[in-house]
Design a protein around this ligand. Sequence first.
Ligand code: F6R
Length: 242
Amino acid sequence: MKIIRTANYEDMSQKAAQLMIDKIRQQPDMTLGLATGSTPKGVYAELIKDHNKNGTSYKKITTINLDEYIGLTPSDHNSYRHFMNSELFDHLDILAENTHLPNGAAEDMFKECERYEQLIKDLVDIDLQLLGIGRNGHIGFNEPGTSFKSRTHVVDLAESTRKANARFFNFIEDVPAQAITMGIASILDSREIILLASGSAKAEAIKQLIYGETNEKFPASALKLHPNVTIIADEEALSLVN
Ligand code: F6R
């Protein structure tokens, strides 16, 4: 795993965005795997800035997101579809039909998992997957104990994850109890992975990722099995790493 140490959140966002922009310019029809949450917001703002200033085009880009809450419709302002539209897609020239998230309101979740996994196959895999990391080492919504062989599946969210995400909701009871997420094997099929981390709250997780064992108790450790992973993290997130 390659580590890029950045001064702060802004620097992390700019460096990650620049890497992505360079790749998009080289391969304008690439498939990008995207994440939600607080961490990638700055990267998305940089991509929008560059699109407006330098005209980098997303007309031929396809995106596929990691996860979605179950029970929220795409128009719900807490859904990840809403997040992606408002934080990124609405500000680019990307075609709406080329942006994909799991449907958290699907009637049959088993079929929805199959559809999503088939979609990844039809896209002939993800060229570049962007990831955040949970404090307990989750990637996507793959909580500790998830099999490294897992494909898109339904998960019960850990209480700690619901608490961490409660900041976006009015009440913790409003945070859905389940989500649909790409599995760890689905993520590892990506050709290249960039994992972002910012702030001291992520320092323990980054320390464990770098120095700890490769073990299903710590989902992000699966990334050590992948040949092309770059961690882009700021000083605070890397404060326990020499
Ligand atoms: C989001 C996702 C999650 C987040 C993680 C960190 O699509 O898959 O794994 O990346 O929970 O979230 P933040 O960035 O809010 O700290």
